[in-house]
Design a protein around this ligand. Structure first.
Ligand code: ZN
Ligand code: ZN
Length: 207
């Protein structure tokens, strides 16, 4: 059996989020419909009670403020035990689903922190407490402290070459020494060609 840390590192979150979204929609729809069906007698009782109350006196605010003893006054029956049990089960499923979504954030943060050599304790912890705010903070801090290799998409400490695939992060102009972005074909400062086999002449002079 694999260690849980390795499992998190190998998790494919894109796929997982897709599946979980579909599952969540199904569960919410099914749970919602089932709850409404099961509570149908209570719902109709409440509706008629509200209508009655509105008829008795027009002052609605008074009724909503005076909620105590509402059940007794308007005769709303208690759901039966099987109904209560089913509702409790639906609630439990909802809770588990919510917990899975919540735990997904620290799990993703653990993986991302590990992959970009950031703190693997602090970030998942912030994700656990702050959830999406922790995630947002991580994304901001990572973009400040780390860079992403355009060739292999790995995040790493700022450097001259990619640690994973060896791609260049910085291209220096051979003529004037300006730091150019990898992929640029000409120096933005002096116009010299940055292509490896090209003669380093300014673009406008090539005829
Ligand atoms: Zn790379
Ligand atoms: Zn230059």
């Amino acid at each position: 059996m694999k260690h849980w840390k390795e499992r998190i590192l190998q998790m494919k979150f894109g796929k997982l989020v897709k599946r979980l979204t579909i599952l969540s929609i199904c569960v919410i729809l099914l749970g919602g419909i089932l709850s409404v069906v099961l509570l149908q007698p209570q719902i109709s009782q409440i509706t008629s009670a509200v209508q009655q109350a509105e008829q008795i006196d027009g002052d609605r605010e008074e009724h909503f403020r005076d909620r105590e003893g509402w059940d007794d006054r308007y005769g709303i029956s208690e759901p039966t035990l099987p109904v209560k049990g089913t509702l409790l089960a639906i609630g439990a499923v909802f809770f588990v689903l919510f917990a899975v979504w919540w735990l997904l954030v620290p799990a993703w943060l653990y993986q991302a922190a590990m992959r970009s050599q950031m703190n693997t304790l602090l970030w998942p912890l912030l994700g656990l407490i702050w959830s999406l705010w922790g995630l947002l903070l991580f994304l901001v801090i990572r973009s400040l402290l780390r860079q992403r290799c355009s060739s292999c998409s790995t995040w790493q400490r700022k450097a001259s070459f990619c640690r994973t695939c060896g791609a260049k992060f910085h291209v220096t102009c051979p003529v004037c020494g300006t730091d150019c972005t990898p992929g640029d074909q000409y120096c933005s400062h002096c116009g010299s060609s940055l292509l490896p086999n090209d003669v380093s002449k300014p673009a406008e002079e090539v005829r």
